[in-house]
Design a protein around this ligand. Structure first.
Ligand SMILES: [Zn+2]
Length: 462
């Protein structure tokens, strides 16, 4: 009789946090092919195994970055697919999301739709002299993976010129990374020790991108992020109309910049998680089980929200996303956490109690286009721009004019903030540097078609 031995799964270096929080451990990759890819994710770099045939390396070995970035993204995607019970089709129009583990010198990471995937970088910590690789933090890789996942589910958000969809993208990255971290035994153990199950206490899951945040603060020479993290889900921000917010603000205030504004929605989702874990504890679950189930529920909740007919298909305001979250909870989870969500959204002043759930029908979407007219658009005057807005069209001439006026105002602000890249008619858009001097991607770029300039989104998000 022929006995086939099952091949030993190959191990990868993996850090569910980063080296300032935990030492790297190892993981396997579900569905690993022979070419360092899964059905959905591919490593876009060469990686030689160690002498035992595994992809496990010491911290001093540069290969650890690719091992972590690939395994973390592949597992983030497969965990999300199995949690949501669906397969994800990328907005990149390619079957596999490419992981570029070290794309050069920068303290950053980003998702670029047209470039087919995720890009991570390295730089020297200005204080410690240590080389920091953003691809070595599974919170950073998880964040970028969720940009790709959200882009697959709601592609209009990256093309919207309003602040809320961009901020929601950033929040989905942080919430997704946080939920995944709470599926890891070592993180759960540490968070249990740090909090005893009370997530209002500071912990390594709420603190996102610790090592990268420290390096950013060392580079700028002051505490720009509010602590040893890139962002923190524990905050008390309440809703303010983003149109009235400054373009940039210190860490303890909200601005209309997407990473800053995202902290409002992330804080609200973290409050929901805190409440779910409290419920779990009250039902007699031990702390570690309560945390694990809380993280899992938070991830499922994102899946329900992004189900067809729930989260808006086009641009939206946070209030509308909160309505969609309640709708998805009511319709797809028997309203289990509806009162918790309603309480949190009321406390955060995102959706006040008593506001009717049916005051606006957001199903469907329609395109809004304007030609920028007036001096406030400077050299962009006369150019066309459009985006997709939630809700069916034809709600009346006044509404249509309001939508066009709003789009014009958004563009004026983005132009004033230097977020739109001007180009010349003979420039090849695929060869342009779409990043500003501060390393952040431009929001839009002028694309010329038969001599006619149109402002288009870059579909890149950091
Ligand atoms: Zn991001």
């Amino acid at each position: 009789m022929l006995v086939r031995s099952t091949p030993t799964p190959r191990l990868f270096s993996s850090n569910p946090q980063d080296s300032t929080v935990l030492a790297a451990g190892t993981t396997t990759v579900a569905g690993l092919g022979t070419d360092l890819s899964t059905d959905r994710v591919v490593l876009n770099a060469k990686l030689e195994p160690n002498s035992e045939g595994n992809f496990v390396y010491p911290d001093s070995d540069e290969r650890l970055t690719a091992a972590n970035a690939f395994s973390a993204v592949a597992n983030a995607v497969s965990s999300t697919e199995s949690c949501w019970g669906e397969s994800i089709q990328w907005a990149t129009r390619r079957p596999k999301l490419a992981v570029n583990p070290d794309a050069g010198q920068d303290l950053n990471a980003y998702y670029a739709r047209a470039r087919g995937g995720l890009f991570f970088f390295h730089d020297t910590d200005a204080l410690t002299g240590e080389t920091i690789y953003s691809g070595r933090s599974s919170e950073v890789t998880g964040h970028e993976a969720f940009h790709a996942i959200l882009d697959a589910k709601r592609p209009a958000y990256l093309g919207a010129w309003d602040p809320d969809p961009g901020a929601f993208h950033e929040s989905m990255g942080d919430v997704g990374a946080l939920a995944l971290a709470l599926q890891n035994d070592r993180v759960i153990e540490l968070v249990a020790r740090q909090t005893g199950g009370d997530l209002r206490r500071q912990n390594c899951a709420a603190a996102l991108g610790e090592q990268l945040g420290l390096a950013i603060n060392h580079k700028v020479g002051h505490d720009a992020t509010g602590g040893p993290w890139t962002r923190n889900a524990i905050n008390r921000f309440t809703w303010v109309d983003p149109d009235t917010l400054p373009s940039h603000a210190p860490h303890d205030q909200l601005s209309s910049e997407v990473h800053s504004l995202s902290r409002l929605w992330t804080g609200a989702m973290y409050d929901v998680l805190t409440g779910i874990v409290q419920d779990n504890l009250a039902q007699g679950q031990d702390v570690q089980t309560a945390l694990r189930n809380g993280g899992s529920e938070l991830l499922k909740m994102q899946g329900r929200l992004l189900s067809p007919g729930m989260a808006p298909d086009g641009s939206f305001r946070f209030k509308e996303m909160a309505q969609a979250l309640l709708k998805s909870e009511n319709q797809l989870n028997q309203g289990k956490y509806s009162s918790l969500i309603a309480d949190v959204m009321d406390q955060r002043r995102i959706l006040l109690k008593g506001a009717s759930l049916t005051d606006q029908d957001l199903s469907g979407s329609h395109s809004v286009s304007v030609t920028l007219a007036g001096d406030r658009f400077g050299p962009f005057q006369g150019m066309e721009v459009s985006h997709t807005v939630s809700g069916e069209e034809g709600r009346g001439l006044t509404e249509n004019q309001q939508e066009r006026d709003q789009l014009s105002s958004r563009m004026a602000r983005l132009i004033a903030n230097g977020e739109i890249l001007m180009t010349l008619p003979n420039q090849d858009p695929s060869k342009l540097n779409l990043f500003k001097a501060d390393g952040e991607p431009y929001k839009g770029v002028v694309v010329w078609t038969e001599g006619k300039p149109v402002i288009e989104p870059t579909y890149i998000i950091g």
